[in-house]
Design a protein around this ligand. Structure first.
Ligand code: AMP
Length: 193
């Protein structure tokens, strides 16, 4: 992987471990020569992951809509800032630029971005690895909900497995490196699974 898009909160969260792990993720990417694509802001975990990569000679590309510039102030040390018109354009651009995505803890925005990438994967629109860095069990209840979707027959196991989960940065990156997208997409018959 050459470039990873990171989706994460525009807030820091209540536990210091969220930002320290976000910074550590940035540092790990820099050490592996993987470039960061992210929302471009200097706030919350977004700023923390960018600091982590930029302070370790890595490269960070920010994708920020014009109208958000006053709220999500662009990180001043970005290697490249791409300004776009809309939120949709932002996600399209972030997808175009990367060959894998990681979600850190966040709020609605983070989940929206994560699930858009997963739904595109299950439709076969891309075959990139999608990782969840489950810092301190932040995503445990979401993972449980996803299991409920499988148990109740709303989600296929093969699509559930598209989400790679770990609480460890190295392990998550290894899983992503090894990931091979399933050949079957969402629109397959039960018999063929
Ligand atoms: P949050 O997780 O709510 O703190 O948001 C994290 C990031 O997601 C912020 O940069 C938001 O601007 C961004 N965001 C929120 N909604 C969307 C959306 N519909 N499309 C793309 N990015 C979004």
């Amino acid at each position: 992987m050459k470039r990873i898009t990171v989706f994460c909160g525009s807030s820091f969260g209540r536990d210091e471990i969220f930002s320290s792990k976000a910074t550590l993720l940035g540092k790990s990417l820099a050490n592996k020569n993987i470039e960061l694509v992210y929302g471009g802001a200097n706030i919350g975990l977004m700023g923390a992951v960018a600091d982590g990569i930029l302070n370790n000679r890595g490269k960070a590309i920010g994708v920020l809509p014009y109208f958000l510039q006053s709220k999500e102030i662009a990180h001043e040390k970005l290697s490249e800032l791409i300004l776009v018109e809309t939120m949709h354009e932002r996600k399209t651009k972030m997808n175009e630029l990367c060959d894998g995505v990681i979600a850190l803890p966040g709020g609605f925005g983070t989940l929206e971005e994560l699930f858009e990438m997963v739904t595109w994967a299950q439709l076969g629109l891309h075959s990139k690895p999608i990782g969840i860095l489950n810092i301190n069990g932040f995503y445990d209840s979401l993972i449980e909900m996803i299991q409920t979707m499988v148990d109740k027959g709303f989600l296929k196991e093969v699509n559930q497995q598209m989400l790679l989960v770990s609480d460890d940065i190295e392990e998550l990156l290894n899983k992503m490196e090894k990931y091979v997208a399933p050949e079957v997409g969402k629109w397959i018959t039960k018999e063929s699974v």
